[in-house]
Design a protein. Sequence first.
Length: 608
Amino acid sequence: MDKKKGIYDEIARVAYELFEKRGRAHGYEIEDWLEAERIVMEDLVKEKAFTENTLNALKDIFFVLDLEGKFLRWNEAMNEVSGYSDEEISSMKPTDFFPREDIHKIENAIGRAVKEGYARIEASVVTKDGKQIPYAFTGSIFRDFKGIPIGICGIGRDITERKMFEEKLKRYYDILTGLPNRALFLEHLKASIARADRKKGYKFAVIVFNIDRFKNIIDNFGHIAGDQLLIEVAARLKKDLRVFDTVARLEHEAVARLGGDEFAVLLSDIKNIRNVISATERLHDTIKLPIKINNHFVNITASIGIAVSKPGDEKPEDILRDADTAMYKAKTLGKARYIIFDEIMHAQIVSYLQLENSLREAIEKNQFFLNYQPIVPSETNRMVGFEALLRWKSPERGLVSPNEIILIAEETGLIIPIGRWVLLEACRQMHAWHKRFPTYPHLTISVNISGRQFTPELVETIKQIIEETNLNPTSLKLEITESVIMKDPEIATNVFSQLKDLNMKVQLDDFGTGYSSLGYLHQFLFDALKIDRSFVQSMCDNEWAMEIVKTIITMAHNMKMEVIAEGVETIEQLEELRKLKCDYYQGFWFSKPLGRQEAEELIDKTIQ
């Protein structure tokens, strides 16, 4: 009742003001009420008609709600947009016009308008036929002449075009740096390819680079600092575009962030390779200026790859891939340099892709097999175990180098299924030999574990394989390199601890080839160290190599670890290792890697 009375009071107030203004202007006295009332009503009708016409002329939605959320009035745009009639709207609630997931948001907005006097929100209007249209709504409270809230006026504007523009920005521009992203860069590349087809002699080049040791910066300063670094690099690129323009014309928006710490530059209408090299060198000079991060000045460098257009180029992705390939080549050669993509690199890529496809097929068709390298005590020559070595005989290429297999498998992630197969096959075979040679129960099998495998999932995989093959865990030895530990010492510590809980022995492979071996020996209690073959094979001819081997053996024994020497090929090497009290050795002097049947024959001879 109070609410209605407030509305009536407001109407009375407006009517009296109009009477005062218009009635006295026409010369009426207060006693001439009926005539004055007629004039007031005529003016009210005229003003209402003007208001109605104005609101209906709007393309925006306009509506008035009472405080209970009931529609009091609305303009024609609301009918046209929603598809509902006046009769239908009069019985609907505001939340009926929005998708279910937005209802809570709408209710909160109405609550804010009542409490704070104003609210703004973006939501999709659901039309009668189910179509959703994005709108921005603004709602304001209106009050009676006593200041009491009596309703909410709202207006909604179609923001479809704005949303489309925002989506375009998201699609084509990098949010962090404001540079064009990979998608837009590829569009520019496509345009350059088309121009090269039309214009004889037109050439362009793509420069791709990423920041050297970017991960180290994040590890030391955090991800926010990493973002600051990327923003600063982008700012320098945008600022110094004219520098590049002096040697080769830049396409519009031809500097892009491709993702992560990788950027690209498109040089157009180049005259010769000297133009490109000059631009690349200036680019690197721009990047490597010191950058201040968290009050520290950081000197950065970049690994840069260059791909120059050639007749017959069709796909922008191919040119970008070529520049990427050259960039990673620069990184492998020591970083802080540029490499120009050439036909030799192209041939290597084709070969690489072919080998990768063949490797995937080898996994599906089970084309792998194992060889077994005997491990022998230096003093007794009575074999105590084997190292399992992966082998692959490709139908097209014959026997493929193990190093080639591992390199591609590591890069593509195929090392995970391949590594699991090696573990399963090695454990299965060792269990079979334990059953066949019951008098030789302490025979062990060693398996190399890559960095991609050495994760918490490895422990669960080994548990499953041990259970599946019924092999005693003490018969399985895992070999890892120090690079596996250095990759993520925290994870490595956790995995190492769980493996030791399984009574599994872990050996450090290729010891002496890394630069931080000693720093990790006190943290990881390895059961054995394997001396890298490069030291063993040169120890008899090189005094320094001999000293290194001697030092490794002494240190390992002091730390209660056994030592295995790899690559023993001569009796002289073996004799020196015996003098140094090396525990075990493996190499061609005793035996080459053996197939399953040859290994069984060797076990048979050892038992006899």
